[in-house]
Design a binder for this molecule. Sequence first.
Ligand SMILES: Cc1cc2nc3c(=O)[nH]c(=O)nc-3n(C[C@H](O)[C@H](O)[C@H](O)COP(=O)(O)O)c2cc1C
Length: 332
Amino acid sequence: MVDLTTKYLGMTLKNPLIASSSPLTGNLDDIKRLEDSGIAAVVLQSIFEEQINHEMHEIDHFLFRKTNAFSEATEFFPIDEDFDHIRPDEYLNNIQKITESVDIPVIGSLNGVSEGGWISYANKLQDVGVDAIELNVTYIPTEVNLNPREVEDMYVSTVKDLKEHIKVPLNLKMNYCFSNPAFMAKRFQDVGANGLSIFDNPALVDIDLENLTTITRINMTSSSNLSETLRWCAILYNQLSVDLCANTGIHSGEDVLKALMSGAKATSFTSVLLQKGISEIGKMLMYIKNWMIEKEYESISQMIGSISLKHTDNPSVFERNSYMQALTTYRY
Ligand SMILES: Cc1cc2nc3c(=O)[nH]c(=O)nc-3n(C[C@H](O)[C@H](O)[C@H](O)COP(=O)(O)O)c2cc1C
C-alpha cells in the first residue's frame, strides 16, 4: 500500500489532488461529484471584491486610484446584469450548504486587489465553515508612471490585511509578473501566507475583427503550460517554509508526480476537469499509485522536492546554463 496523504495548509489531505477555483466548484452537486471521484479538497469559485463592495456601496479601490471622482469610478463599476450575478449573501448560504454536506476540506476563494471593507468578508467565509481561504490578486498595472514597488506593496498589504482578519490558513494564488517572483514569495510568506499557488493563469486577450472590440477569454491550459510551475516550485522549495501548490498545467498523473518532485506539496487544476470530465481524477490517482509501486516509493512525502534546486549551489547559474544548453544543443 502506498501512502498518498500530504500535508497542506495545516491539513492532512488524502491525496495531493485539489480542484481549483472554477464554475465546477461553485455548486454543491458538482463538488459532491468531485468528492466521489476522489478529489482531496476543493477551492470554491471566487467571489470578487467588486461583488462584495458593490453590496457595501464602497469604491475605495486601487483600480480607481487615478479617478478621484466617485461618480467617474462608479461609471466603470460592474453593473448587476453584466457581472453581479452572485449576491454575497446568497454566495454565503451556498457555501454553508457545501461545507455542511461534504467531508473533504473546502477552501474559500476571494478575488481582489485593494485594502478595504471587502476583506472583512473573509470572516463571513470562516463563519460558514471554510477550512482555509485562498486569495487571488489579479491586477494588471497599465500606467507608465506607476512604480513597481508601489504595486508590490499593494499586493503585500492586501495579503497582510486579509491575514489579520482570519484564523484559518491563508493561501495566495500568486501572479508571476514580478521582476523577482522569489522575492515576492518571501514577502508574502513574511506577512503570513501559509501557502502559495504557483501560479495563477491569466485570461487571454484577443481582438474580435468582426465587431472591432477586444475580447477577454478563459485560458484553458495543457501539460505544456506546466514548465513555469515546475521551475518556480523547484526554485522556491527549500528557500521558503510556506506550502507550495502547483497550480497551472496539471493535466495527468505524470504532471502531478513532476510537480511534487519539484517541491509542491499539492496540485490544483481545473482545465483538465472541464475539458475531459471529472473521471480524470480516478485515472490520475491510479497512475500515481502504479508509478509509486513500480519505482518503490512508499509515500508522497518521500517524493516532495526530490528534484528541486535544493542540491544546486547557485540556482541562477544552473538556470542560465540549462537555458544556454537548450538553445545551443538544438539540432535541425
Ligand atoms: C472557466 C474557469 C473559471 C475560473 N474561475 C476562477 C475563479 O473564479 N477564481 C480563481 O481564482 N481562478 C479561477 N480560474 C483559474 C483556475 O482556478 C486555475 O488557476 C487555472 O485555470 C490554472 O489551472 P489549470 O491549468 O488546471 O487550468 C478559472 C479557470 C477557468 C478555466
